[in-house]
Design a protein around this ligand. Structure first.
Ligand SMILES: [Zn+2]
Length: 681
């Protein structure tokens, strides 16, 4: 998903780089603080210990698994009434106990109930960001029956015994269903389910407007059972996304003839009869299923890298929709090369119209929603960024199925890093804005947003622990991306790209946690890099490099009073015969993150001397004798450390170089270089 500020075109980028007024627009979602629930504790490694941790085998696709372990299969039929905005659903769910424990209950997520009333956790918790207004029309899901079929057990409808609410909590999104008997490890259940949905008016990813229907979180979905037998079940929280097991979805959609459907997975059957269009979609190796139906969708198809890409867009949106397709044309092969082959035959891109923007900027398996008004200036790359971002989720969410409530940075953060990298690779220094000579990179926007909130709360915490939607966006998305981008610039694209690629391939179709991510980075880049990541993500780690002092003076002999052979001599300091200058700089590292930097000294004749500091210790002094006087020093002249809290103090000058203060023109030039990223690699 993309935070609201990106998904909404009236919500501009916010950057101190731009404060001079280039894009002097304001977006500050409200910051109503809410008490944060206790964070989820880090879990033990989720990986199957019998599989090798990683290693170079996962640097290419040779060792990629072809299929996921099929844990839960859904065979559903959904009938849409577009006038009442209801969906009647029925079918079967087949579920296997893959844990090592006996199971006495199932947990079902009924996430449409988040929009049922203002006692839902989702609507109670509103802390700013997307979906912060109540829907104009409520939505819900009513389960009618849930018949449990297990070997040697009489089939029984367990739904009357289901508990939707907890004492003192009227949320109805997380239902506990007792089982007729204990379900042993390895045993498979079949559930016959019937349900009725009422869609809300479009709110946060799902809903209707007129005959437009975007249908997400619409069926009773079994929570994931962890290997140790703990259910990872949770209400639909305001800032959180989802978590589920892999399986095969066989879904038959029944809509009025004349409606165009976009859905997860390829169409395997389509018939039109009796005024209804019936489409069957089957997709394996996924953990969710979403669809849209509208009688006004325009469609466009293109094959990209062997994948059948369908684009659904409103009339009049062809130009911005074409930008979606151009983004996919670049990013689908790019992400496949970086993070492992895209394994599905199809991809559907849904571009919602302006009045249902909250349906945009969202990811589902093989289906993403993009965004942007029909008239988005070509130099504002928000449509491209949204399309690239949501496509990236096919890897960081879809193929690597992390717990999005417990560790949102593992999907949104790593995906934001993938977005920043891809946009930079594709569009260079103007990867966010490239307008009338003004070029601003996605990377710089992320850094600027992230660094201002570094001390507020940790990045690596559960989604429902964040105090505000702003902090969730700035820390989960922007700070994770800024960390990865910093590592990429400091330690090289090759190594950091390899680490992320190895992680994505090794844990394809699995459910890793931070332990696995840090282990792979340690494996590729070493313990010090893993430690930098741990400090940044878990401990509000920060860094501020400072150019503290730059001094230069004519080289002179030592003067003073000297006692030599019983005689006292008063010696005047004089210019050395060889002339030249003694110069020194002191640079300082504030904060808890140790990162290596270059230190660039500019001389009076315009030449530059570059020293390297490993970043160890609080400060470093460089002193030398040379023919030319020093003028100024800059720490990290290429702005590799995007995590640097304050780049304004990265430069110091000698008295001859303009004194402690910068010359106005020089400062302006430096700032423009930063803003335009002209000095960045
Ligand atoms: Zn996202």
């Amino acid at each position: 998903m993309r935070p609201l500020r990106h998904a909404r075109e009236d919500a501009p980028v916010r950057s101190s780089f731009l404060a001079a007024g280039a894009l002097a627009l304001a977006l500050q979602p409200t910051d109503d603080a809410a008490p944060a629930p206790a964070p989820i504790q880090p879990t033990a490694p989720a990986a199957d210990v019998s599989v090798p941790l990683a290693g170079p085998a996962f640097d290419d696709d040779a060792a990629l698994p072809t299929h996921a372990d099929d844990v839960v299969d859904y065979t559903l039929r959904a009938t849409l009434d577009p006038a009442a905005h209801t969906i009647h659903g029925e079918g079967t769910i087949t579920w296997r106990n893959t844990s090592t424990a006996m199971v006495r209950e199932l947990w079902l997520h009924l996430y449409l109930n988040a929009f049922k009333n203002e006692r839902s956790a989702y609507l109670r918790e509103r802390v700013g960001g997307r979906g912060s207004t109540a829907p104009e029309d409520w939505g819900w899901i009513d389960v009618r029956k849930l018949v449990v079929r297990a070997p040697d057990t009489v089939p029984v409808d367990e739904w009357p015994r289901a508990e939707l609410k907890r004492p003192g909590d009227d949320d109805e999104t997380d239902a506990r269903v007792p089982m007729p008997r204990e379900i042993a490890p390895g045993e498979t259940l079949q559930l016959d389910v019937t349900f009725d949905d009422k869609l809300p008016a479009v709110v946060e990813r799902t809903g209707y407007r007129g005959s437009f229907h975007m249908v997400g979180q619409w069926f009773p979905k079994i929570a994931r059972l962890e290997p140790d037998g703990r259910w990872a079940h949770f209400p639909f929280h305001h800032l959180a996304e989802f978590y589920a097991d892999y399986g095969t979805y066989d879904v038959t959609l029944d809509v009025p003839a004349g409606f165009t459907i976009g859905a997860t997975g390829p169409t395997v059957e389509r018939t039109v009869a009796g005024g209804r269009a019936i489409e069957r979609h089957i997709q394996g190796d996924v953990h969710d299923f979403a669809w849209t139906a509208w009688d006004r969708w325009q469609t466009f198809h293109e094959t990209i890298g062997g994948v059948d890409v369908s684009l659904l867009y409103p009339r009049g949106f062809i130009r911005v929709a074409a930008r979606d397709m151009a983004s996919i044309r670049f990013a689908l092969p790019y992400f496949s090369a970086r993070y492992g082959r895209y394994p599905y035959r199809v991809l559907t891109v849904v571009h919602p119209q302006n009045d249902v923007e909250e349906a945009g900027g969202m990811e589902y398996p093989t289906l993403i929603t993009s965004g942007g008004p029909w008239l988005t200036p070509p130099g504002i790359l928000d449509p491209e960024i949204t399309a690239v971002h949501e496509l990236g989720h096919q890897w960081f969410y879809g193929l690597v199925g992390t717990n999005e409530l417990a560790w949102p940075f593992l999907d949104e953060g790593l995906n934001q890093a993938a977005e920043v990298d891809a946009m930079g690779r594709w569009r260079g220094a103007g990867s966010a804005v490239d307008l009338l000579g003004l070029r601003i990179s996605d990377a710089n926007l992320q850094a600027d947003e992230a660094n201002g909130r570094a001390h507020d709360e940790p990045v690596a915490q559960s989604a429902d622990s964040f105090s505000t939607g702003d902090n969730y966006g700035a820390l989960v998305y922007a700070r994770t991306a800024t960390l990865i981008e910093t590592l990429r610039r400091v330690y090289g694209d090759d190594a950091v790209g390899r680490a992320l690629g190895r992680y994505a391939r090794r844990f394809r179709f699995q459910h890793p946690g931070p332990v696995e991510l840090l282990a792979i980075f340690e494996e590729v880049l070493g313990a010090h890099v893993a430690e930098t990541m741990r400090a940044t993500l878990f401990h509000e780690g920060w860094v501020d490099f400072v150019a503290e002092q730059a001094v230069t003076r004519e080289a002179k002999t030592e003067g003073g009073v000297f006692d030599v052979d019983g005689k006292r001599e008063d010696v005047r300091s004089v210019t050395k015969r060889e002339g030249g200058f003694d110069s020194a700089v002191i640079v300082r590292r504030r904060g808890t993150l140790v990162l290596p930097v270059d230190v660039a000294m500019t001389m009076a004749d315009g030449t530059t001397r570059v020293e390297h500091w490993d970043g160890e210790g609080d400060s470093k002094r460089f002193a030398w004798h040379g023919a030319v006087a020093l003028r100024s020093v800059v720490v990290d002249p290429e702005c590799r450390v995007l995590l640097d809290q304050n780049v304004e103090n990265n430069r110091a000058a000698t008295e001859d170089g303009g004194g402690g203060a910068w010359k106005t023109l020089e400062r302006a030039t430096y700032w423009m270089q930063l803003a335009l990223q002209a000095v960045a690699p």
